[in-house]
Design a protein around this ligand. Structure first.
Ligand code: KIV
Length: 263
């Protein structure tokens, strides 16, 4: 049965964990869907994984629409999330126009990086029929503001500010939130405070869901390997079983371990 935003909300309400993953083409989308993944994200991480760039900043809405359409063709059941790339939602009119491109390409939900400053944009998108996934913590489109890919939310003030941003995004109408590279105790607290599903990456095992860039789950990482990466393919030998193992370890809370999380 097809996964919807309501399916993920029900899993949160029932305290059941779920796994999600990125994909950028029809073949991997098909394999992940066959394995039973809940959601597939066409991440703007494709700037690095597919295009060989150093950051996500060069990814365009044309790139995202193309890869979203490819993933859509390979997917039967998983919910399809697509990233709005850098500077395509800086004002509400651009956000609506660019979200419409991704929805027409096959996305069910669009993902936007940022906090309270995005509230009116999120409200407008939702009012126009576009479900939104927020993205907070380490937001890679702001790498130049952060001065690198650094853990976010450390310290009481930063933690409180992050929680406030998460609540603002939720209250503006977002259906779910990705929380990236945040200390595990803070991520657990934010997950408890939010009524919408929180999907962690580098945020410990207490979030409602997990997401991994597919290369980090299959031992295909080039260059820096994040602390939370794990090669599920090595243990299984084929992609479908690797993703089934990832799903079962997320559902049981075995992945990520404390060592794969930030303190
Ligand atoms: O672009 C991406 O792949 C992402 C994930 C890291 C969550 O945003």
């Amino acid at each position: 049965m097809s996964v919807t935003v309501s399916t993920l909300q029900k899993l949160k309400d029932e305290h059941k964990k779920f796994a999600t993953i990125t994909a950028y083409d029809a073949t991997f989308a098909h394999l992940f869907d066959e394995a039973g993944i809940s959601a597939i994200l066409i991440g703007d991480s494709l700037g690095m994984t597919m295009q060989g760039r150093e950051s996500t900043l060069g990814v365009t809405i044309d790139d995202m629409a193309y890869h979203t359409a490819c993933v859509k063709r390979g997917t039967r059941n998983a919910l399809i999330l697509a990233d709005m790339p850098f500077m395509t939602y800086h004002d509400t009119a651009s956000a609506c126009e660019n979200a419409a491109r991704l929805m027409r390409a096959g996305a069910n939900v669009v993902k936007l990086e940022g906090g309270a400053f995005l509230c009116s944009t999120i409200e407008t998108l939702v009012n126009n029929g576009v479900p939104v996934c927020g993205h907070l913590g380490l937001t890679p489109q702001s790498v130049n503001v952060f001065g690198g890919y650094k853990v976010q939310g450390r310290g009481d003030d930063a933690g409180k500010h992050l929680l406030d941003d998460c609540l603002a995004v939720q209250n503006a109408g977002a259906s779910m939130l990705v929380l990236e590279c945040v200390p595990r105790d803070l991520a657990a607290h934010i997950t408890e405070q939010l009524r919408i599903p929180v999907i962690g990456i580098g945020a410990g095992n207490q979030t409602d869901g997990q997401i991994l860039v597919m290369q980090d789950a299959l031992g295909l990482t080039v260059g820096h390997t994040p602390k939370f990466a794990f090669n599920f393919l090595k243990e299984t030998g084929n992609v479908i079983d690797a993703v089934k193992l990832y799903i079962s370890k997320v559902e049981s809370g075995e992945y990520p371990t404390a060592e794969q999380s930030f303190a």
